[in-house]
Design a protein around this ligand. Structure first.
Ligand code: SF4
Length: 248
C-alpha cells in the first residue's frame, strides 16, 4: 500500500491557507534554501510513514474546526510534490470527505508530475523563491523556471493561487527584482493573494545542531518599512499584497 513520509503535523495551522488547517509537513526537499527553517525536512529517507486512511482518520477529528473556519488540509514540507502520488490520493480522499485542499510548494516540479494532483487541489500556495533565475540558484540551489512555468499553468487551469516570497534583506529585496516580480504576477489572472514572508533566523539552531554552517547568520529581519517598501513596489503593478506571517 502507498505510504507517505511525514516530517510532522500541525493540527491548528492558521497561516498556510484560509481558516484553521490540518497541515502535513512532508519529508524530503530538493531545494537547499540558505534560510531554510526546516533544515531537518531535506532528507527523503526518514520521517514517519502513514497510509492515506491513517491520515484521513486523524484529519476527521478536526473536521468541525475546519468547516466552521473555512479551513481544510494543507500539504506542505519539505516539498510535498516529491510525494505527488501519495498527496494525490490523500487530496482525492479529502475531496470525497468535502474537505478543502491546499498545496504549499516551491514549484520545483514538472507539470506532468503534479497535473493529476491539481485535479484535487483547491488552492496552491506557490513560493517563488526569487524572480531572478541566477539569484534563485544562489539562494536555493535550483533555478526558478519550473516555478514560473507552474504559475502559468495554474493560471491556464484557473486554479487559485497565493504567490509568496520570503523577503530577505540584501537578497530578495532589490528594486529591479521586485519590479520584475510585480510585473510577472500582474500577468496572472488566478492570484488570490500575494504575501511577503519576512525572513527570520529562527531555524539557525537546527542547522547548528545538525553540524551545518548557516550562511545567512548576519542577515537581519526586514523592518516594517522594508516590508512596506517591497509591497509598494509590487503593488505599483496593480497587485495587492497581503502580509501576515513569518517565513517557514
Ligand atoms: S525553505 Fe522550504 S523549499 Fe526551501 S529548502 Fe527549506 S523546506 Fe525546502
Amino acid at each position: 500500500m502507498l505510504k507517505g513520509r511525514v516530517h510532522s503535523i500541525e493540527t491548528f495551522g492558521t497561516v498556510d491557507g484560509p481558516g484553521i488547517r490540518y497541515i502535513i509537513f512532508f519529508q524530503g526537499c530538493p531545494l537547499r534554501c540558505k534560510y531554510c527553517h526546516n533544515r531537518d525536512t531535506w532528507k527523503t529517507n526518514c520521517g514517519k510513514e502513514y497510509t492515506v486512511d491513517e491520515l484521513a482518520q486523524d484529519i476527521m477529528k478536526y473536521q468541525t474546526y475546519m468547516q466552521f473556519s473555512g479551513g481544510g488540509v494543507t500539504a506542505s514540507g519539505g516539498e510535498a510534490t516529491l510525494q505527488a502520488e501519495f498527496v494525490t490520493e490523500l487530496f482525492a480522499k479529502c475531496k470525497e470527505l468535502g474537505i478543502h485542499t491546499c498545496l504549499d510548494t516551491a514549484g520545483f516540479v514538472d507539470i506532468e508530475k503534479v497535473d493529476k494532483l491539481l485535479d484535487y487541489t483547491d488552492l496552491v500556495l506557490l513560493d517563488i523563491k526569487h524572480i531572478d533565475n541566477e539569484k534563485c540558484k544562489q539562494l536555493t540551489g535550483v533555478g526558478n523556471e519550473k516555478a514560473l512555468k507552474l504559475a502559468k499553468h495554474l493560471d491556464e487551469r484557473n486554479i487559485p493561487v497565493w504567490i509568496r516570497q520570503v523577503l530577505v534583506p540584501g537578497i530578495t529585496d532589490d528594486q529591479k527584482d521586485l519590479e520584475k516580480l510585480g510585473q510577472f504576477v500582474s500577468t496572472l489572472n488566478n492570484v488570490d493573494r500575494v504575501e511577503f514572508l519576512p525572513y527570520h533566523g529562527m531555524g539557525i539552531h537546527k542547522w547548528e545542531n545538525m553540524g551545518f554552517e548557516y550562511e545567512l547568520k548576519d542577515v537581519q529581519e526586514p523592518t516594517p518599512e522594508e516590508i512596506k517598501r517591497a509591497s509598494d513596489i509590487v503593488e505599483s503593478f496593480g497587485v495587492e499584497v497581503h502580509n501576515n506571517k513569518a517565513a517557514k
